[in-house]
Design a protein around this ligand. Structure first.
Ligand SMILES: *Cc1c(COP(=O)(O)O)cnc(C)c1O
Length: 819
């Protein structure tokens, strides 16, 4: 039985908190900081932590979800929650960390602490796969490794657990000492150390020393001397040390690595003997992570033969949810790698955020959860499905099937994955969003393969978390109360449509804007209820604009006249937006048009002017600031003139992305965030502070060796004078890869190496010069990502990031990721 239980009164005592406890006998089983991940509301304690958002703003939401216990630091009025317990402390994050440390110190089990620049989560998950049979393991969920994630992870330790595996990640000095105290590992693993600048440290050595603080009290340290360069072995923490290396003497000394299409053979010297291993991966990162796991097993005393068996069976882990188009007009959320109640809550939340289909279905396997009685666990899951409004459950597994009576919704059960697959022809799916969530051993990837449409080998991956973070980045720049209109024109700058709008709606932007009515209609049909401004409302679209409650931009007297004429006689207060031309010379009313505009507005009750706005022409360029200021002044003066006659005050907005970054004085009532949400802002040096949202990937179709003098492609434009090797990849100008990238102008990344195009870009393919590189059919090719940015591509062909992004053609499948 789980033993991380405390009476709320006891926790109040521990914190020496000022407490209001109408129910002092409530028992706390779960801690949370995110009001969306509620699973066991009665047994949960909500910490109002200041993270990206202020947790105090989510108390109402948490209360609505049934939470009755809160730790707060701000002095707010909580009178509305009279039946809830409130503990007031000075610092809610510190309190969370203290409680976790308290729980850690009550338990005497071996704990592995993992840190490093990359690979923490994979190494943790693989060690779990390798050691799971022998220990009762408690581990960090997903990549919970932050100042908040670590205490939430460590809180889970119970008396039943015999091994803990926790990861720790930091972004600045001082943080690791705190995490080290909470995790207090007995065994330490340093995965690797990347470049310093990428993580906010002055130098590599400073970063290394900071990370090593996790290991202050470890008995055993597993590391590579390659990553601890500059420190002597005696300066490293740990009574015992176990080293591994691919290029020098070490306890586990790798001598050769040979990779083929699906696997790698690794040869090493260990205790003066040569041993050979095979692992089911061929990419560099996976090979390194495998070697780290291998070293750990040997350091823990496993015989080489035992370790060998485990490593050969490792499977890939994915921490991301993927949203993909499915069969029969379904949307599929693929989370086929894990199943526990807290990650289920997060996945259900993502399911809930999808409005494109009325029906929501969950395909779920038996759960893996330590120290819980089955009845209790599955009753909790049943309540969760009800709370998250799941319409239909397909349960797979013997345990889940035996608990069928707990579930009140439409439900069917199958004992095994194979039984489900056998029945697939008679199970109907249509127009629904389907979440596929299963524990590793149920191999639900077989199900997701059958339900998703075959993915073309060129895909645009969209990271929805990154988009949400970029939204927050711009929100942080706004004065309190300033609203956000998110620009989702041109399929959200090529990134998607309802998928992006759903996320923005969920994150409570105030407005959306599209270019054409069609785009707005598509969003309405996909369940988007936010107000939507249409920037080019043609008369032919008026009927649809009215039917779908879209709000037209009015930019001329003639369009205004025809819209008023079109609206039915009884219409009153239909919302429109007035566009002013203050210097763009494109669309909009100018000073001399105002009398006519005002007369038309005065004569009708059919309309309400919701906002008045203008577009600035050069917000990213200092050299045009004078002109920009003139535009802003003109806008204010025209606005005043209009409102004098209107007698009410529509919202004002002028700033686009770069304007938000550079012109805080002109935020007015609302801003219009566009390309910044997608990760680009010409006003920020190297887009610093923004996350990359889109990654365009393709694959190698064939590799060919060329003799000296042979030519490549149409018109014989590609030449390798000394011969060499080329790779043909599945992307061409019809996919949006501009012909100007041909003949070496454009570059792509294969296995981490930048390679140029050779010859002309064809319609559906192009060729890359991969002379001297190990490249195989099926290898992944990156067209752009965070390393090889759209900004660089834009420079290569003398255009702007907007064009590169929006040009990715609609035949390239979009896959949306959510962590
Ligand atoms: C596209 C657009 C924006 C957004 O511009 P970004 O530079 O992408 O932020 C703002 N306002 C109007 C009128 C637009 O058409």
């Amino acid at each position: 039985m789980s033993s991380s239980l405390f009476y709320i009164a006891k926790i109040a005592e521990l914190f020496a908190a000022k407490a209001i406890l109408p129910n002092p006998d409530m028992v706390i089983r779960k801690l949370l900081t995110d009001s969306r991940t509620v699973v066991d509301p009665e047994g949960s304690l909500f910490f109002a932590v200041h993270a990206q958002r202020n947790g105090h703003d989510f108390i109402a939401h948490a209360y609505q979800n049934g939470i009755r216990n809160f730790v707060v630091s701000e002095n707010r009025n909580f009178d509305a929650y009279a039946d809830a317990n409130f503990l007031r402390v000075n610092d809610t994050l510190k309190a969370l960390q203290e409680l976790a440390t308290f729980n850690r110190n009550r338990h005497h089990l071996n704990v592995i602490g993992i840190t490093g620049s990359n690979g923490k989560t994979i190494v943790k998950e693989w060690l779990f796969q390798l050691l799971n049979a022998e220990y009762h393991i408690v581990k960090s969920p997903k990549s919970f490794n932050s100042q908040i994630g670590v205490p939430l992870s460590v809180w889970q330790i119970t008396d039943d657990d015999t091994l803990g595996i926790f990861e720790a990640g930091i972004s600045k000095p001082g943080e690791m000492e705190i995490l080290g105290k909470i995790i207090n590992p007995s065994i330490g693993i340093l995965t690797n150390i990347g470049e310093a600048h990428a993580e906010g440290f002055g130098s590599k050595k400073e970063k290394l020393k900071e990370k090593l603080k996790l290991f202050t009290n470890v008995e055993l340290l597993i590391y590579s001397p390659y990553y601890t360069e500059g420190l002597k072995s005696s300066e490293l923490p740990g009574k015992k040390k176990f080293s591994w290396s691919t290029n020098g003497v070490a306890d586990l000394q790798i001598t050769t690595i040979t990779s083929t299409q699906e696997k790698s053979i690794i040869e090493a010297i260990y205790q003066q003997k040569t041993i050979t291993y095979q692992i089911p991966f061929n990419d560099k990162a996976s090979i390194e992570n495998c070697i780290i796991c291998w070293a750990t097993l040997l350091a823990l005393g496993y015989a080489p033969e035992e370790a060998k068996l485990g490593l050969a069976k490792l499977t890939r882990v994915s921490m991301r949810l993927a949203l993909i188009n499915g069969i029969e007009n379904c949307s599929i959320i693929d989370d086929s790698y894990s199943a526990d109640s807290s990650s289920l809550a997060i996945a259900l939340d993502f399911l809930n955020l999808q409005n494109q289909h009325p029906k929501k279905t969950l395909i779920l396997s038996d759960l893996y959860e330590t120290g819980r009685k089955d009845e209790e666990l599955y009753a909790e899951i049943a309540a969760l499905l009800q709370q998250k409004r799941v319409d239909r459950l397909i349960g797979i597994g013997v345990k889940l099937s035996s608990m069928a009576n707990l579930f009140a919704l439409e439900a069917t059960f199958y004992p095994t994955t194979q039984d489900f697959i056998n029945n697939l022809p008679v199970i109907s799916f249509a127009n629904e969003t389907i979440l596929i969530k299963g524990a590793r051993r149920f191999e639900f990837e077989r199900i997701s393969k059958m339900l998703t449409l075959k993915i073309h080998d060129t895909i645009l991956e969209i990271n929805l978390n990154a988009l949400a973070e970029n939204l927050q980045f711009y929100r942080n720049k706004l004065t309190n109360g300033v609203k956000v209109m998110a620009m989702v024109k041109a399929f959200s700058y090529g990134s998607g449509s309802f998928e992006i709008a759903n996320l923005l709606q969920y994150h409570k932007v105030d407005y959306l804007a599209v270019a054409y009515a069609d785009e707005g209609i598509a969003l309405r049909k996909a369940g988007i209820t936010l107000p939507i401004m249409v920037m080019s409302p043609e008369p032919s679209a008026f009927e649809a604009i009215i039917k779908y409650k879209l709000e037209p931009e009015i930019y001329s007297a003639s369009i205004l006249k025809s819209f008023i004429h079109f609206l039915p006689e009884q219409e009153a207060g239909f919302k429109v937006h007035i566009k002013l031309d203050t210097g763009m010379r494109r669309l909009g009313f100018e000073k001399e048009d105002l009398p006519q505009l005002l007369e038309l507005l005065q004569k009708t009750n059919k309309l309400k002017v919701e906002t008045i706005f203008t577009h600035l022409v050069a917000t990213d360029q200092v050299k045009h600031d004078e002109f920009t200021n003139v535009q802003i002044a003109k806008f204010s003066s025209l606005y005043n003139e209009i409102t004098k006659s209107l007698n009410y005050f529509p919202l004002r907005h002028v700033l686009n992305t770069s304007g938000i970054s550079r012109l805080p004085q002109a935020q007015f009532d609302m801003v219009r965030a566009g390309i910044g949400l997608y990760g680009f802002d010409a006003a920020l040096a190297r887009n610093s502070g923004l996350q990359t949202v889109a990654v365009l990937k393709t694959t190698v179709t064939q590799v060919k060796n060329l003799k000296p003098g042979e030519t490549v492609g149409y018109s014989r434009l590609g030449i390798l004078p000394n011969g060499g090797k080329i790779a043909t990849v599945k992307i061409g100008y019809a996919d949006g890869y501009n012909r100007k990238f041909g003949n070496g102008v454009g570059k792509m990344l294969i296995n981490g190496k930048m390679v140029p195009t050779i010859g002309s870009i064809c319609m559906d393919m192009c060729m890359l010069d991969v002379s001297g590189l190990e490249v195989n059919t099926g290898d992944e090719v990156i067209v752009f990502n965070h390393q090889h940015s759209i900004v660089d591509l834009a420079k290569q062909i003398d255009t702007i990031p907007y064009e590169i992004l929006t040009n990715v053609s609609q035949r390239v499948k979009r896959v949306y990721f959510y962590e």
